[in-house]
Design a protein. Sequence first.
Length: 233
Amino acid sequence: MTVPAMRLLIVEDDPVLADGLVRSLRSSDYAVDCATDGGEADLILSAGTYDLVILDLGLPRLDGYEVLRRLRRRGSRTPVLILTALDSLEDRVKGLDLGADDYLTKPFDLPELEARVRALIRRGQSGGGSLLTHGALTLDTAGRRVLLDGEPLELSAREIGVLEVLMLRSGRVVNKDQLAEELYGWDEEVSANAIEVYVHRLRRKLEPAGVTIRTIRGLGYLLEKPAHDGNLS
Ligand code: CA
């Protein structure tokens, strides 16, 4: 009986601690990836799905709070365990307010960490990601896939990212800067052309189904509210 391994992402810039965590969790049969700064973590989390994120707060490039804020803004409900040397009540509250699920202060023992990891994964499995809907379109934020009338639609990870931002703000104008910010790491060159290309491709794939992305000249893009969205409210 093979059960697919649970996937964990560790975000920790202290190499000794990161290495110890990776080893210990791998020996407990988790599939473990590691990011050593916040920008890298943000990119990895935009593209992939994890069962749990273990997140340090003090990180280069993008701090842990910002990584968490972006993750939740994308609609992800992946459980997040914050790991930090900061131990003020204020820090705890801030982390939990931003959507962290648990909090462990350094130094900690590995058995305690592992117990918390198991508990969070159990909780996460009963919850799952969120589904965004827009007319006939459904976007599964955890599984990173899109269905049109229940049929899978072939979209790249970036196209799904653009669509997700537009769906989250359906009926409102989203400018290119906002899209770029959601899609790219902090230090990456942001290209307005790239955004135009993704929107163009999305239009080609979605317009036959009556889903319209309007260009509001000088302002940005707007995903039009569906003509009928299946309920009478
Ligand atoms: Ca740190």
